[in-house]
Design a protein around this ligand. Structure first.
Ligand SMILES: [Zn+2]
Length: 300
């Protein structure tokens, strides 16, 4: 196995699927990339299932995550062994207090503000979907049901450490101006929960698709505001996405072909690996994780 001797060593990375649909080949590419980099860089792999959104979570989707990892032989070293263990010990709903504490500290430091704008009001007030700052200086009543937004001052660009090469600068997208950190349903938004989980599990290597690099910028800004430097020192790899023939991102909601479906029509793990090899443009076709690990080489 090719190890990257010239890279630094990492402690922990994570696979972080959401149980909101059956996993598709794009998710598998992310898992394989993450697991391969972890094995080459001696990092532990944590399985973290992001299940905050109960409206989209379904037991069969939680089960599908375990089934897919087992089916494809994708390894992980820490995290739930099965759906029951997940619900009892690892669900994000077991860490609500931790998210709440972080939110309170943002509140005390006046880094968030309450916003009562509906999604419709925001889109009516702004052509590009960017939050127009309507409630920024309103000091709305804390007890009302509202979203809480992170106050973005001038600091919209942040430094990010890539896993190879020098520090880069990441710009927060204008569309993410004053992004929501706490939702009116009383739960943390993705940016805050993901950051707090990565801090909680000492994750220092984060591998995600290029579409999430804006989230990386948002989370780095949040970490700075929360004075959590360990996240600022974490390293990131934003990999290319697998696109549909129409150049669209694969997604669960768009009905991309799921691994669940491929299994149901009798495809074998090696069939999935063959597809991955072609989609990722690997230099040779692989049929299992061990071969993937041999052939995968990190590209920026
Ligand atoms: Zn507002």
């Amino acid at each position: 196995m090719k190890k990257y001797k010239h890279f630094m060593k990492f402690s922990t990375t994570r696979l972080a699927p959401t149980p909101s649909g059956y996993l598709h080949i794009g998710n598998v590419v992310n898992f394989l990339t993450t697991a391969a980099l972890a094995r080459k860089m001696d990092a532990k792999i944590l399985l973290r299932i992001d299940d905050l959104d109960l409206s989209r979570k379904r037991p069969e989707y939680v089960k599908d995550i375990f089934n897919t990892l087992t089916f494809l032989g994708i390894p992980y070293d820490e995290g739930p062994a099965d759906p029951l263990d997940f619900e009892q010990n690892w669900s994000q709903h077991r860490r609500l207090e931790m998210y709440q504490e972080a939110f309170e500290s943002l509140k005390i430091n006046n880094l968030v503000f309450a916003c009562q704008c509906s999604r419709k009001q925001v889109s009516l007030a702004s052509k590009n979907g960017r939050y127009p700052g309507t409630c920024r200086n309103k000091s709305l009543d804390n007890n009302r049901v509202c979203n809480w937004r992170f106050r973005i001052e001038a600091f919209t660009s942040t430094k990010v450490n890539p896993i190879a090469g020098t520090v880069e600068s990441l710009q927060l997208s204008k569309r993410m101006q004053d992004f929501v950190v706490w939702k009116k349903d009383g739960l943390p938004a993705y940016q805050l929960a993901s950051l707090m989980d990565d801090l909680h599990f000492d994750v220092d290597l984060i591998v995600r698709g290029k579409d999430l690099s804006r989230s990386t910028a948002a989370q780095l800004l949040l970490a700075k505001a929360l004075k959590r430097p360990s996240f600022l020192n974490a390293h990131f790899h934003h990999h290319s996405l697998i696109l549909t023939p129409e150049n669209k991102k694969l997604s669960k909601s768009a009905g991309s072909i799921s691994i669940h479906y491929m299994r149901s029509i009798g495809l074998e793990p090696e069939d999935v690996y063959r597809q991955v090899s072609v989609l990722m443009g690997l230099e040779k076709v692989v049929t299992n994780f061990g071969e993937f690990l041999e052939v995968y080489s990190f590209r920026k």
